[in-house]
Design a protein around this ligand. Structure first.
Ligand SMILES: C[S@@+](CC[C@H](N)C(=O)[O-])C[C@H]1O[C@@H](n2cnc3c(N)ncnc32)[C@H](O)[C@@H]1O
Ligand SMILES: [Zn+2]
Length: 549
């Protein structure tokens, strides 16, 4: 329904919830993100607590879970259309080359450097044509006029859009270097006008619930409405990268059409949640509400390092923490959040992350993560589980995670490290065919044991043994065309039990083992690069052949 970065596959979480808890029990996700754990918990009739420091995350989680009157929503959409459809469409008007009638552009492709229109795709109401064309004089004139009159139009129509300056950041510096200083510059003026006209009209809707969901829909449209949209072959793509990025040829997508499409997506999503969660969702205002059964879902926008939850009151923690510097949730969420906060950016101080601009090193990340996991340990009932997915190619980041958990008091279960193969639709995409990243999930199961008494403690920790096993493994990889992810998966099976048993007593030994491994991997960088190229080429050929047949 709404973009949030790095969603985990829902089926994995659904299985974990079924396995580690029973109906009516209380599940906590301290890093709830887009809300997969919360949605799946409620579907399975567990009570759920979702926490995220990022207000966009808790907003998306809330809108995904709470029920809605679908008829009222559709009715409100209809009313909205009567108010603004024409006005917005007039901004994209063009002429049909087939019948000469009035048509509306669905998207306009721009050459960013030359600042000129390359082509338009339009739909003609008179003859039904839906085709592409090069711009004619009136298309260029309309674009120029909108540009020229922009300030005056905004004033006249009393329109609002966020004018927030882009703060410096690991992900935003590239924009600042290109001379893009405010978030609104990521939109064309035509699309800015359309978005603010739309927002203004949504504000007028009386039914609060319908209004809230239409705002949600307009927020969900932003991903498509910015200059970060582009064509990939024939496919129209919205902003999907983990970085701000404007392609040399960008798309200006018709805001009303996008909004219509997003309305359908939200309708489908809410129909699904109404069916599967429905009235089981009841807002809990606080923990007592939830424990007393008044509410079934508590969503908290705050850092999970301090939770308003009593000791030993949660049945299971299921989560997916940030993986080092993997995704800059806070920096990337500003793009949406400023539209709903009146221009305020996402607070980033407490975000668990590795980020140079925020001056957070891997050690800081580990400390911040530790604070959250310690809090999870406190609220979890004795002998209960903390189950976490964790994916990072960098063993140092994985080691930080294990260390943070162990120091918090958690013990890794004897078989508590599982590699979950990726789900099917994911593997068949071309992305997954590019060898180099894990496409599945690592799942760690920790227990809140009274006194760090995991079965793993019986393993004799031996740094030299670990090192020689790792060396043997790398030699094996070289002989047998083993890819880097596969090698890492095997190396993790050696390293992770070692880290889980040692991190409470011998941090230095842990670091040494991890550094030893990563140094070896760096020495083999070229070898893996070549192997990757070889395999990718082979798969690409097979993929093309399959597509042809
Ligand atoms: C990997 S994402 C979770 C993704 C989620 N499982 C999903 O499927 O969409 C990690 C989340 O941790 C949040 N986070 C980072 N630091 C936090 C903190 N101190 N307290 C709570 N949440 C935090 C980030 O905002 C981000 O949404
Ligand atoms: Zn026509």
């Amino acid at each position: 329904m709404h973009k949030y970065f790095a969603r985990r596959p829902w089926n994995v979480f659904s299985e974990l919830i079924s396995h580690y808890s029973s109906p009516d029990e209380i599940i906590l996700d301290p890093f709830c993100g887009g809300g997969v754990t919360i949605v799946e918990s409620l579907k399975l009739r567990r009570r759920a607590i979702g926490v995220d420091v990022n207000p966009l995350a808790t907003y998306v989680t809330l809108m995904q879970t709470k029920p809605i009157n679908l008829e009222a929503f559709q009715q409100a959409f209809h009313e909205l259309g009567k108010g603004v459809e024409r006005e917005i469409e007039s901004l994209y008007s063009t002429k049909c080359v087939k019948c000469g009638g009035a048509a509306v552009a669905d998207w306009i492709e721009w050459d960013e450097q030359a600042k000129r229109i390359v082509r338009l795709k339009y739909n003609c109401a008179s003859c039904g044509a839906s085709r592409e064309k090069p711009p004619d004089r009136s298309d260029n004139r309309l674009a120029e006029k909108i540009e020229r009159d922009f300030t005056q139009t905004v004033k006249q129509k009393k329109l609002w859009f966020p004018r927030t300056q882009i703060p410096p950041g690991d992900k935003t510096n590239s924009l600042l270097n290109q001379g893009i200083n405010s978030f609104h510059e990521l939109f064309t003026r035509r699309n800015l006008l359309s978005l603010s006209i739309l927002l203004k009209q949504i504000q007028k809707i009386e039914d609060k619930e319908a209004r809230d969901f239409l705002k949600f829909t307009s927020s969900s449209s932003l991903k498509w409405a910015s200059r970060q949209s582009h064509l990939r072959g024939q496919i129209v793509e919205g902003w999907a990268m983990h970085a701000y990025w404007i392609y040399p040829k960008s798309l200006e997508i018709n805001v009303w059409n996008t909004f219509k499409r997003r309305t359908n997506a939200v309708l489908r999503g809410k129909k699904y949640s109404n069916e599967h969660i429905g009235n089981f969702y009841r807002t809990a205002r606080n923990f007592d509400n939830l424990a007393g059964g008044k509410g079934s879902c508590l969503i908290l926008n705050r850092s999970a390092s301090h939770l308003p939850i009593p000791n030993e009151s949660v049945d299971a923690v299921l989560t997916d923490p940030p993986y080092g510097a993997n995704v800059n949730y806070g920096e990337l969420s500003d793009f949406w959040y400023i539209w709903m906060s009146g221009g305020k950016p996402v607070p980033k101080r407490d975000e668990v992350i590795v980020n140079r601009t925020q001056r957070k090193t891997l050690a800081d990340y580990e400390g911040l993560l530790h604070n959250v996991l310690k809090e999870c340990y406190r609220v979890l009932k004795p002998n209960s589980y903390l189950v976490s997915t964790f994916n990072s190619k960098d063993m140092r980041v994985v080691a930080s995670f294990i260390t943070a958990a162990s120091r918090a008091g958690f013990a890794l279960e004897p078989n508590g490290f599982v590699y979950q193969k990726p789900i099917r639709p994911y593997v068949t995409t071309f992305h997954a065919m590019q060898i180099g990243a894990f496409v599945g999930d690592f799942i760690f199961t920790f227990i809140k044991a009274p006194k760090f008494s995991s079965g793993l403690r019986t393993i004799e920790p031996n740094l030299q043994k670990v090192k020689s096993e790792l060396t043997g493994l790398i030699e094996l990889a070289e002989k047998g065309d083993m890819t880097e992810p596969l090698l890492r998966e095997n190396a993790y099976r050696i390293l992770i039990p070692f880290l889980a048993t040692q991190s409470q007593i011998d941090i230095r030994g842990c670091r040494e083992a991890v550094d030893f491994f990563e140094t070896k991997m760096r020495e083999h960088e070229l070898y893996f690069k070549n192997l990757r190229r070889k395999i990718t080429e082979k798969r690409r050929r097979a993929f093309r052949k399959k597509r042809k047949s």
